[in-house]
Design a binder for this molecule. Structure first.
Ligand code: IYR
Length: 224
């Protein structure tokens, strides 16, 4: 790569080793408090907070830096109502048979069902779309690469940013999700990837015990 195509890494911060360890511990302790929450308060959350979290998601690495994502931040009562109606309709089909016995068994400790009142209660729903074609310019229609990976990373950063701001989230993937494209009026180039619910937790919010069991390091990592 030509030198003049790069600029110095001027915003890197090197922390002293002990501070680095302390920061890694602090982050771990903080992110351990992230839970998927299924009962939301209707308290309002400023749009500026959601904007910052989406901007944070937009810094994610992506294939060829095409940034193959679009976030629709939904505050509209009418759109939330439509989304709830459609999601519950599909989820009823899922829970009443389409899921199959093994899948329903895997979900039983989470206590989920087809009722999704939080889709209307929470102040914000963020519909995440992946883009088949794109590029740096909004009008580009070049091939996108590693779309699923890229949008997954951006979504992870979004969830982390929302948690860091002091909000709770739920990742929701109604099946099928194509109704989201229609309600959000997204074109053929985009595919619904996930719906994030974001807001304050309800005062009586709970977290399933099952969801709090995280695999120990030895089960998730190998150091060689
Ligand atoms: N989409 C359904 C079912 C569901 C599936 C999985 I995998 C989960 O981890 C949780 C729920 C729902 O939202 O209820």
């Amino acid at each position: 790569m030509k030198d003049h195509d790069n600029s110095p890494l001027s915003d890197y911060i090197e922390y002293p080793k002990d501070e680095m360890l302390a920061r890694s511990e602090d982050f771990l302790n903080n992110i351990k408090r992230r839970h998927s929450v299924r009962s939301f308060s209707d308290r309002e959350v400023d749009r500026a907070i959601i904007e910052n979290c989406i901007k944070a998601a937009g810094t994610a690495p992506s294939g060829a830096n095409h940034q193959p994502w679009h976030f629709v931040a939904i505050h509209s009562t009418d759109m939330k109502k439509q989304i709830r109606e459609q999601a519950e309709m599909h989820e009823r089909g899922f829970y009443e048979g389409r899921a199959g016995e093994e899948w329903l068994d895997a979900l039983k400790d989470l206590g989920t069902d087809a009722d999704k009142p939080y889709l209307e209660t929470a102040p914000w729903l963020i519909a995440i779309f992946s883009q088949k074609k794109g590029g740096l310019d909004i009008n580009d229609r070049n091939t996108n690469y590693y779309v699923h990976e890229s949008v997954g990373i951006a979504t992870g950063i979004l969830i982390t940013a929302l948690h860091n701001a002091g909000l709770v989230t739920l990742t929701h993937t109604p099946k099928p999700m194509s109704f989201l494209s229609k309600i959000c009026q997204r074109g053929d180039n985009e595919r619904a990837y996930m719906l994030l619910i974001a807001g304050y937790p309800a005062e009586d919010a709970t977290v399933p015990k099952h969801a709090q069991i995280k695999k120990p390091l030895d089960d998730i990592a190998t150091f060689v």
